[in-house]
Design a binder for this molecule. Sequence first.
Ligand SMILES: Nc1c(C(=O)O)ncn1[C@@H]1O[C@H](COP(=O)(O)O)[C@@H](O)[C@H]1O
Length: 153
Amino acid sequence: MGSQSDWPTLKEAAAVLDELGISWKANIVSAHRTPDRLYGYGKTAVDRGLKVIIAGAGGAAHLPGMMASKTRLPVIGVPVQTKALSGVDSLYSIVQMPKGYPVATMAIGAAGAANAGLMAAAILALSDAALAQRLQAWRDALTASIPDEPQDD
Ligand SMILES: Nc1c(C(=O)O)ncn1[C@@H]1O[C@H](COP(=O)(O)O)[C@@H](O)[C@H]1O
């Protein structure tokens, strides 16, 4: 994530990864404030054994796209909600990548972060049958939790 202030949003992705038994590591990396850290992170990602990168940032959110330019790993972008522009700025900064360097862009905010965790799980499940089973069970449990009819408060 681009800043400590993004963690309340991005920890929703971490929570989903925990539920699915996927190991993760969170770091603060900013294209603007720590560009050398960003380059190092992206350049060494494959050799360090990372499989999928979830990159969340707000405002002028260049982190996900710059990360995608430095690694061939799949990069999932999470637009963090902002006060001034409600996260539309983050979304537009992440989603409109030029041909050749895609970022799989989620919805704005916490739901988008949770979905980033699920998208990462779906990618990893392609080569991990046990994880595929856990992901299917997670989805089945969500479906089973949805009531047929609304309840009064
Ligand atoms: N968008 C970026 C980048 C980047 O894209 O590299 N680095 C920090 N930021 C964003 O700045 C916002 C405000 O950060 P502060 O709360 O630290 O001032 C955060 O949402 C962060 O993601």
